[in-house]
Every structure is written in structure tokens, then in C-alpha cells.
Design a protein around this ligand. Structure first.
Ligand SMILES: Cc1cc2nc3c(=O)[nH]c(=O)nc-3n(C[C@H](O)[C@H](O)[C@H](O)COP(=O)(O)OP(=O)(O)OC[C@H]3O[C@@H](n4cnc5c(N)ncnc54)[C@H](O)[C@@H]3O)c2cc1C
Length: 481
């Protein structure tokens, strides 16, 4: 049975080798340790959704590979409807957790991109990458895995390619008849502590000299030689606190240190194929940047809710802030709707997966780097200084036998002090804390998206339209540079 319960999901995670570290210490059980249990709780809610009559239609689907009912994040998106459902699923996950569930997102998206590229490579080279990927995808859906996606390399000097600075990119360092040995670091990888597997692919286009870096594969999260360092986010360090200061959900980011990890060939989906990496990045970013508008819209929905709660707690009716709440909703629906539009304008790839329209998807990425920041600003504006200044006592202080009652009285508004403090803490977490999903660089920097838009923008065709309408007969050529 491919559908797993939260208990089965967590049991499978708990059985993995402890190779995760944070604050200098090992995490032995990710499901229970305060440093990681919140990210696991977030992802557990995806499994709950699969068994919840209100959500199962969105959280599960029929596998195009096996025909079985599977977790949606284990499926291939083979139609526009599938990708729109993926976007709605991501929005719902943000609504349920307030933040990102990278283990149910990045690896999933990488699977679709690799599905298309392995199909192309095999057609040209006669290799068997696609069949290997198909077998792994079937295993993933049967096991109901969460799969982190690892693209981003350490990168070093951004103006130099991988071959000029091999230590900063993940690469193949050795191989035998049964597999390859990889070394290097992947950075900023979301939700690894909540994942069973990691799907790895290049994060940049490789040239011929970068052959050893043009590699894609899957490994278990606890693979021998892999060390995961979960990082400290700006407002972290509170994980060990009790009380209401930290929500029960959360996201983590990790450095993945591949210290000579052996990957059996049946898990290698691309090996020294630099000429296919451009397509891989293109497919990955088109679908990812269509979907990310739904993620930030889901968090925006929660920000609207937090702003309304704060207004009410402050004794102010929603109509006082109606114009700003409407602006927040406009931002949410803009990125969500544009992403869905990119999907609708997309096309099927010969391998079967659906690819979003790149121009629309990359425009969405540019908006995603801006609009949620404005939504955050509006949430803070409505909520008041208690959310922004950091002048919000901890839950432990509210419980102090010495001065807790005085603090509660001071914090009370139209509701009691603890209720107002809880709403404020959530708004703070969403707008300046660990709940911020990183929409500026998540899924790639906006400049990368602008570069794609520039390349797809046909200035000559636009100039021709204008020339005709202006009644200009003579050509108006581009001046020589
Ligand atoms: C919340 C969050 C979650 C993420 N999750 C994942 C994940 O799960 N998996 C994953 O693989 N990655 C993940 N990432 C990483 C993300 O893909 C990268 O942050 C993104 O690709 C940008 O890379 P960078 O941070 O190294 O920025 P940089 O490459 O350092 O870029 C910084 C700036 O310099 C510009 N720049 C860079 N190189 C050049 C150049 N050669 N010429 C001109 N300008 C340049 C960029 O456009 C940008 O404006 C995540 C990021 C965030 C913020």
C-alpha cells in the first residue's frame, strides 16, 4: 500500500542512521529531537492530508506509472491538471504549516525535470537512465518517501565555472563497474531532516570541461559518507523553548557534505552529460517557478489571518484595514494565478511530463521575489509594533509567578494578554522569523529569471508591431553597438 500514515512516515525516518547535526551535536531521532521535530511535524501533516476526507483528493492521486493511489508528491505531473493540483497542494501545505515543506516539493520537481532529460539522453545516446529513474520513482511511490531535492552547490567564486574551482561543486571523483563516488557540498537544501531520500542534480549549466559535475543521482538520506548539517536560521535557537513561542511546525535548511559517497549505478540518472544540463535546469525552473507562486500565496493566506487576528486583538474591526487586506489578497492571487497560467500555457514533453510555459513561469519568479515582501510589510503594519520591535515577552515570562500577571494585563487588548501575545508571535514568525520561506532566492535568484525573460523577449517582433501601427514604412534597425 503506497499511502503511508504519519506513524509509518515517522517510523521510517526514525530508523535512518543518525547523520544529522545542528548546534554542534548529533540528532539521534529527528522525529523527537526539539531541533528537528517541527520540520517532521510539518511534513507529517502531508501524510495526514492523504487520509483526511476533506483533503485526500488533493493530497493523493492515481500514479501514471503503476495505476495505484499514491501520495501526490510521489507522482509524475503528466498533465496541466496535475501541475495545477501540485500548486494547490503546495498552497494548502503552507496553510497547514505556515511555512515550506521542502521534502514534499524540491525532489518532486527534480523528478519531473529528470524524467524529461533522461528520456532525451537515452534517445540520443542509447543509455538506460530513464528506465533506472522509472524504477526508482516506482520505489519512491510504493514507499511513500519524502524526497529532498539538492541542486544548489557551495559555488565559491560566482564568476568561475565548476571546473575552475572543483572543491565548490559536487562532482564524480571515482567510479568502478558498480557505481560512482561523489564528493562535494550541496547548500540550502530544504527539509532534509524530514526526508527519507535526497535526489541530487546539477544546479548550473555545465560545459564540456565540467563533465564530472554533470551528474544526477538518488541516495538515502543516511547514505554512508553523507553528513547533514542543519543550519541556524536568523531567529532560531528557540527550538528548545517550551510554550507558545515557537509553532509546532517549521522548516530547516541544510548543508549536505558528500564525503566520498558511493552511489550504485542503478541510482545514477545522469553521468558526465554536460550538454543535457541546460535542458535539465530549464525544465526544473519552469515548473518550480510556476509552483512557487502558490507557496507564497499559501503563506500570504496565513499572514492575512494573522493580521486580522491582531487587528481584532487590538480592538479594531477588519474594515479599518480593508484596503491593506485586499492588497495582501491581490498579491497572493497574482502569484498563484500567474503560476497556474504558466501551467495552462505549458506543453507536454515527449517523455509524458507536463512543462510549464517558461516566460510566464520566470515572470512569476520575479513577482515572487517582490510581492510577498510587501504582504509581510502590510501584515506588520496592521499588527502593530509588538510584532516588529521584538518587544514581545516570552511565554515563560507570561507564566512567571512573580510578574506574569502584570505582563498579561499589559499585553491585553480586546482579548486577554496571552491570546494577543500568541497572535503577535505568529505574525512575528511569519514576517521576520523562521517562518519566512525565502522567496527572494528560493528556486533561484530573480536575476536568473530575468535573464530567461530577456532571452525569450523578442524585441524585433515588438518593434515591428509598433512600426506598423505608427505607419512607419522605413525600417528602424538596431544601432550598431
Ligand atoms: C528558503 C530557501 C530554500 C531553498 N531550498 C533549496 C533546496 O531545497 N534545494 C536546493 O537545491 N536549493 C535550495 N535553495 C537555494 C536556492 O536555489 C539558491 O539560493 C539560489 O539558486 C541562489 O543561489 P545562491 O544563494 O548561492 O546565490 P548567489 O549565486 O550567491 O547569488 C547572489 C546574487 O548574485 C547574482 N549572481 C550569481 N552569480 C552571478 C554571475 N555569475 N553573474 C552575475 N550575477 C550573479 C545572483 O543573480 C544573485 O542576485 C533554497 C533557497 C532558499 C532561500
Amino acid at each position: 500500500m503506497a499511502l503511508k500514515t504519519r506513524q509509518e512516515y515517522r517510523a521510517a525516518l526514525a530508523s535512518l542512521r543518525p547523520n544529522i547535526y545542528k548546534f554542534g551535536r548529533a540528532v539521534t531521532d529527528v522525529t523527537a529531537d526539539p531541533l528537528t521535530r517541527r520540520v517532521v511535524e510539518s511534513h507529517s501533516r502531508a501524510y495526514d492530508g492523504a487520509h483526511d476526507p476533506r483533503r485526500c483528493e488533493l493530497f493523493t492521486c492515481r500514479s501514471s506509472l503503476s495505476g495505484a493511489t499514491v501520495h501526490r508528491w510521489n507522482s509524475l505531473c503528466v498533465s496541466a491538471d496535475d501541475l495545477v493540483s501540485a500548486a494547490r497542494f503546495k498552497r494548502e501545505m503552507f496553510r497547514l504549516t505556515g511555512t515550506c515543506t521542502g521534502g514534499a516539493c524540491v525532489g518532486w520537481n527534480a523528478l519531473g525535470a529528470l524524467w524529461a532529460v533522461t528520456f532525451e539522453v537515452d534517445a540520443v545516446r542509447g543509455t538506460c537512465y530513464h528506465e533506472r529513474l522509472r524504477r526508482w520513482a516506482l520505489e519512491a511511490e510504493e514507499a511513500g518517501w519524502m524526497v529532498a531535492g539538492a541542486l544548489t552547490d557551495a559555488k565559491g567564486n560566482r564568476s568561475l565555472p565548476p571546473a575552475s574551482q572543483p572543491a565548490h561543486y559536487l562532482r564524480v571523483v571515482d567510479e568502478d563497474s558498480g557505481g560512482i563516488v561523489v564528493r562535494g557540498c550541496k547548500a540550502m537544501i530544504a527539509g532534509v531532516a524530514a526526508s527519507h531520500q535526497v535526489l541530487v542534480m546539477p544546479g548550473t549549466t555545465c560545459r564540456e570541461a565540467d563533465r564530472d559535475f554533470a551528474v544526477a543521482f538518488a541516495v538515502p538520506r543516511d547514505a554512508e559518507g553523507l553528513t547533514v548539517v542543519e543550519t541556524r536560521r536568523p531567529s532560531d535557537g528557540r527550538e528548545l523553548e517550551a510554550g507558545f513561542d515557537v509553532p509546532e511546525t517549521g522548516i530547516t535548511q541544510a548543508f549536505l557534505l558528500f564525503r566520498d559517497v558511493y552511489v550504485p549505478l542503478d541510482r545514477v540518472f545522469l553521468l558526465r552529460e554536460p550538454e543535457f544540463t541546460a535542458g535539465l535546469i530549464r525544465y526544473f525552473t519552469a515548473n518550480y517557478r510556476a509552483g512557487i507562486g502558490a507557496c507564497v500565496a499559501g503563506q500570504g493566506d496565513v499572514m492575512i489571518g494573522a493580521a486580522v487576528l491582531m487587528a481584532r486583538a487590538n480592538g479594531l474591526p477588519g474594515r479599518v484595514f480593508r484596503d491593506r487586506l485586499v492588497e495582501m489578497a491581490v498579491n497572493n492571487e497574482t502569484t498563484f494565478g500567474l503560476g497556474v497560467g504558466a501551467v495552462a500555457l505549458g506543453r507536454p514533453h515527449p517523455s509524458g511530463v507536463w512543462l510549464a510555459d517558461p516566460l510566464t513561469a520566470h515572470v512569476n519568479k520575479v513577482l515572487v521575489s517582490r510581492l510577498p515582501q510587501e504582504t509581510r510589510r502590510l501584515c506588520q503594519e496592521i499588527a502593530g509594533g509588538v510584532v516588529e520591535t521584538g518587544c514581545l515577552p516570552s511565554s515563560a515570562d507570561l507564566d512567571s509567578p512573580e510578574y506574569g500577571l502584570d505582563l498579561r494585563e499589559a499585553l491585553a487588548g480586546a482579548v486577554d494578554g496571552e491570546t494577543r501575545a500568541r497572535a503577535a508571535r505568529l505574525a512575528e514568525w511569519l514576517t521576520v522569523g523562521a517562518g519566512v520561506p525565502g522567496c527572494m532566492h528560493g528556486g533561484g535568484s530573480p536575476d536568473g529569471a530575468r535573464a530567461v525573460i530577456r532571452s525569450l523577449l523578442c524585441l524585433d517582433a515588438c518593434a515591428e508591431l509598433a512600426r506598423t501601427l505608427a505607419g512607419i514604412d522605413a525600417p528602424v534597425p538596431e544601432p550598431e553597438a
